[in-house]
Design a protein around this ligand. Sequence first.
Ligand SMILES: Nc1nc2c(ncn2[C@@H]2O[C@H](COP(=O)(O)OP(=O)(O)O)[C@@H](O)[C@H]2O)c(=O)[nH]1
Ligand SMILES: [Mg+2]
Length: 414
Amino acid sequence: MVVIVGMEGSGKSSIISGLNGRGVILKNEEMHRDFKCKYVTLRTNEKKAMTFSFIEPRGVENMLTGLSIADCAIIVIDSTQGYPINNIVDSEDNIVDPASLAVSMGLKTLICCVNKMDVVGYSQTVYNQLRDGAITYFKSIGIEESNVTFVPVSAQTGDGLLDKSEEMAWYEGLTLIGQLHTLDRESRTSRRLRLVVDSTEVKGTVVLIRCRVHYGILLSGRRVVFCPGNWAVYVDKMRVGGLEVKYAWPGEAVELEVKGPVNEMMEQGCVGAAIIDDKLKVAMGIEVEILVTNSKVEVTTGLQGYLCSCHKASFPVIVSQIKESVDAATRIRNKDTPTSLKIGQIGVVSLTPLVEVVVETVSDYMSLGRIIFCKEEEEKKDVVAVGVVVDVDHTELPKLNMEQLNLGKPVRIK
Ligand SMILES: Nc1nc2c(ncn2[C@@H]2O[C@H](COP(=O)(O)OP(=O)(O)O)[C@@H](O)[C@H]2O)c(=O)[nH]1
Ligand SMILES: [Mg+2]
């Protein structure tokens, strides 16, 4: 999944349409119930066909959700403006800079697309100036030069998107589609299964579980255990986009059909794994590395808030300890014990969840280990900080009773 971010009008939508020029749009769907974004799945017909899901979020809150689920971010810069360093905060002084947010959420692969090169006459000098300016800024916020690839393009003329641009013969790098093809595509399928529940519905004797595959490949006819709750289900049938399938791949929204009566329903945010080869764990304590983005709220011990991550709308947590601050440019821990963290500061913080929840560390399952810390659970979330889960204190799942699992209906394992 590729999230495309940048200033309004920088050309994000135009770039997605331009990339579609030589491919097939497979799906155009709403990603998440409350997530306002354009979501386009594209299968390229380059030599090596590949499927990409592009997410173009609308507004800051959706940008955070978009960043939290993506493997890679394309940051679009308008060549007539350069990296908009003057616009890294919003009207309320909260940090809204896509690059700071992306790096704080552990996005390692950044493609910086310098768009509208036609407007500056495809000038190499202008491109180099913009690139150097952006690199200087990126270094100051902890993004290593080697983690960013710069690609000059014009979404209007198509230069640099799919084919090498004759106008920019001076550019020796890959086109944008070429660059996307270099992304590591295997990392999610080769992992152990992780599904996230979006909703469940009981239709007569049939239980439907709507979820999204984040890692691994889900097979029909397999058993899956969901946590919290330790719900074990047998997947009788499954559908992707209304069609019955035998396999579901990472990124796909899938509807599982499970026969049998069920009284309690699984909650949104429950995480599923393959029953035999894996254990699911409820988090007792969560250690996070966060960037404070809110100009009005300081993070102190005892602060209560809500943790939002892509897989769970939100759940209450309390800050139990501020462990260390982190240097923004080097990302090295300062070995201090600050009493609070203010806007722009990065720190390692311990959180105690006030409900049962499953989270993963960002190093184990990247998209399940990113967090958005909010003050209110209201409609308009007041974001305090964003970051990643670096450690989780777990309790183990009780031993599974395999006889119960053969019933072919959901059972709650005590
Ligand atoms: N000249 C020129 N205009 C562009 C280019 N890319 C986008 N635009 C224009 O910039 C405006 C904003 O583009 P859009 O894709 O909607 O930006 P978004 O808000 O980032 O999605 C539109 O009028 C586009 O036609 C480009 O490469 N060259
Ligand atoms: Mg747009």
